[in-house]
Design a protein around this ligand. Structure first.
Ligand code: 4AD
Ligand code: MG
Length: 461
């Protein structure tokens, strides 16, 4: 079977030749002597029109097939002048592979995304999700291409880990202990020494700490894998399982880090615009009217860079009454982030040098003793898509920070040793892959950019 994509892309080669395709019926309009089937084989966003006539021996049977039946088609590829589609197939033989039931829920009308989430096993067959999941795949490839072209080593961080990178305690615990009979220590705490790994273990919230190890051997590395957070937040931007891209670069400071992040984001946008034109047109027409214009302007202009202190000043000057009041020291909330990036700049904005108390222990302390070399990238429509920093490379300062955060020094012995054996200025960041897909497609809920979302109280499929 030839992919429908190839019949479109290399049509000159196939016109007036016999071709064979296989796919699912998206729509079908049949009259007494002839009919039209819109066939989709998954290889391409667009359907292939199949023209049937009553010379087909099973014309009646095929004409009556419900939407989503799968069929095999043989026929001639014909150029159609002035029609919506440049080619169509005049069928000479159609074989039914799997008849669909009339109860198939994706009938030819627009369904709400909320409804489509309840049929995650079928939604990849809809236009919208077909487009989203292909963009997701192409964007993932673009990420690898970007880093591989720059000689970064792809390093796999473990999914099961004993440490809490962000120190926020939002981890899914892994255990093989019998919950009805958990062994306890003398102080009455759960005794993990009897557990599978002999210590507490959890699903990773970030691959960063392991990436730092690798960066201090390979200089430039990246991870790209699933990460997990047991945050009980029911928002459109938080998932319990999401994919993160985390480069880590040695002999590089926060400026280098921002430059890398900006180059990467622009590269992914350009790559997807070039390789998914049909899907991107669809989003622009049906999901977010200004999308293409916005993405094109983003790739051709510089991202804004401001400090946290400046951001707070701008928010206060705006005179807007935010739900969560603004003052120096607060963690910026979604409403603030969106105001900065959408109302003040209408562009992607790097915010740097946050107060040390609202960021993670590993970020490099600034000379002022109050802020750290952190950066977040905020974008219109989504808010934060990247969080990163220059890392604390000074052994003694790092030790103090670990104490300040009341973390266990022993848990970080290897992380501290990296600062003893040839420490180096180094930096890195994490790009939330789903947030990037939201940004690329204009889709506003994270549940609709990952095939099988995991969110609180939602683990179906
Ligand atoms: O800002 P975060 O927490 O940073 C880190 O985890 C660092 N260790 C990364 C690093 O420096 N290597 O998360 C990074 C990004 C966020 O900006 C956001 O895009 C995404 O991960 N993210 C989430 N995406 C979906 N659902 C969630 N619950 C997310 N939490 C973070
Ligand atoms: Mg963050």
């Amino acid at each position: 079977f030839i992919e429908i994509k190839n019949l479109y892309r290399d049509k000159e080669q196939y016109i007036d030749k016999d071709v064979k395709v296989a796919g699912w019926i998206r729509t079908s309009r049949v009259s007494k002597n002839f009919g039209f089937i819109e066939l989709n084989d998954g290889s391409f966003f667009k359907n292939m029109q199949v023209v049937l006539d009553d010379k087909l021996e099973n014309f009646k049977e095929i004409g009556k097939l419900p939407i989503s039946s799968s069929i095999l088609v043989e026929g001639k590829l014909v150029a159609t002048e002035g029609a919506k589609q440049p080619v169509e197939i005049h069928a000479t033989k159609v074989v039914l592979e799997g008849e669909s039931d009339n109860s198939y829920p994706l009938q030819k009308k627009r369904h709400t995304v909320e409804y489509l989430r309840t049929i995650a096993h079928l939604r990849p067959r809809s236009n919208m999700f077909s487009a989203v999941f292909r963009v997701r795949s192409v964007a993932a490839y673009a990420v690898h291409k970007f880093f591989q072209e720059r000689n970064f080593v792809y390093s796999h961080s473990p999914i099961i880990t004993g440490s809490d990178c962000e120190g926020a305690g939002e981890m899914f615990r892994i255990t093989t202990l019998d919950l009805d009979d958990v062994p306890k220590t003398e102080e009455g705490k759960i005794d993990y020494s009897e557990d599978f790994f002999g210590k507490e273990a959890n699903l990773t919230v970030s691959g960063q700490l392991n990436a730092e190890i690798m960066a201090l051997a390979f200089r430039n590395v990246y991870t790209f894998g699933p990460t997990f957070r047991a945050e009980n937040s029911y928002t459109g931007r938080h998932a319990s399982e999401f994919w993160m891209i985390e480069p880590e670069i040695a002999f590089a400071d926060l400026e280098d880090n921002m430059e890398l992040a900006e180059d990467m984001v622009k590269y992914i946008i350009n790559y997807v615009l070039e390789h998914c034109p049909e899907e991107m047109e669809f989003f622009n027409a049906f999901v977010d009217k200004g999308l293409l214009e916005r993405l094109n302007s983003i790739v051709s202009s510089d991202f804004v860079r401001i400090t946290y202190t400046k951001a707070v000043e701008l928010l206060l000057e705006s005179g807007v009454e935010f739900e969560y009041p603004v003052e120096w020291g607060i963690d910026l909330q979604t409403e603030h982030e969106r105001y900065i990036t959408e109302n003040i700049f209408n562009a992607p904005v790097f915010v740097t040098d946050y107060p040390k108390d609202i960021k993670a222990f590993y970020m490099r302390l600034n000379e002022d003793g109050k802020t750290v070399r952190a950066m977040d990238l905020l974008v219109p429509g989504v808010g934060e898509i990247i969080g990163g920093s220059q890392r604390e490379e000074r052994h003694d300062v790092l030790l103090e920070r670990i104490d300040e955060f009341e973390l266990n020094r022993e848990d970080y012995w290897w992380y501290l040793e990296l600062r003893k054996f040839g420490t180096a200025t180094h930096s890195g960041f994490g790009l939330g892959f789903e947030r990037m897909i939201m940004y690329l497609t204009g889709v506003s809920n994270i549940r609709d950019v990952i095939p099988f979302p995991r969110t609180p109280k939602n683990c179906e499929f």
